[in-house]
Write a protein that binds this ligand. Structure first.
Ligand code: IMP
Length: 203
């Protein structure tokens, strides 16, 4: 069995990733806190940079193949904001209702309320190889928050073709279409290929 470490400390993300990645024969998934690692500062200016930064740093620290992910919201009418600053859009400490209020304030009166969630998954191998996959969920920002499921900007995000916000959907409904599912789902195919070639186990 080849061990691969999930490079996140967020229990929700761990559960979602394991659900998407289940059934890949030959991989034993390792997770925090059973396999501990230090926090990595997200100093990159893109989701891609931050996902690779985390996978590389945690991989070098633990010596294991690492799968990391970075995600956020992009609003074209705001020049792509909040982007990589999604978690801390309205400043420190992280405050989700304040972030959502700031987003609504900045979009007040705007005709163009298009938005997209972006996720980038990065896989780093001890031999130095790295792989990245993206996933996008298109939608628009509602006029006011609705629903109490999910997290972050979910009460404000209405996926394209849907009437409900992500926070009004069940977890299964959200996970079936999410940016994160798309990014990690694509990485699943790469992992299967690396397993077949023996590269994941260093062969
Ligand atoms: P992270 O780096 O993947 O934890 O995401 C950074 C921030 O982006 C989160 O704190 C949220 O504000 C926002 N975000 C990312 N994915 C989602 C999502 O699926 N729903 C709502 N907000 C999200």
């Amino acid at each position: 069995m080849t061990q691969v470490l999930l490079g996140t400390k967020n229990p929700g993300k761990i559960a979602e990733a394991l659900d998407i990645l289940s059934g890949l024969p030959g991989i034993r998934w390792r997770t925090h806190p059973d396999c501990p690692f230090a926090d990595v500062e997200e100093t990159g200016s893109t989701f891609l940079e931050n996902a690779l930064l985390k996978a590389t740093a945690i991989g070098r620290e633990t010596g294991l193949p690492v799968l990391s992910e970075d995600a956020g919201l992009e609003v074209p009418a705001l020049g792509g904001e909040p982007g990589v600053r999604s978690a801390r859009y309205s400043g420190e400490p992280v405050d989700v209702p304040r972030n959502n209020a700031l987003l609504l304030e900045r979009l007040s009166g705007a005709d163009d309320r298009q938005a997209r969630f972006v996720a980038v998954a990065a896989l780093w191998l001890p031999d130095g190889q790295a792989f990245v996959c993206s996933g996008v969920l298109h939608g628009r920002i509602a006029e006011s928050p609705r629903g109490c499921g999910g997290f972050g900007y979910d009460p404000l995000f209405v996926p394209a073709g849907a009437a409900k916000t992500l926070a009004e959907m069940t977890l299964a409904e959200k996970n079936a279409i999410s940016h994160r599912r798309r990014a990690i789902g694509r990485m699943r195919a790469i992992l299967a290929d690396l397993l077949a070639s023996g590269e994941l186990s260093g062969g």
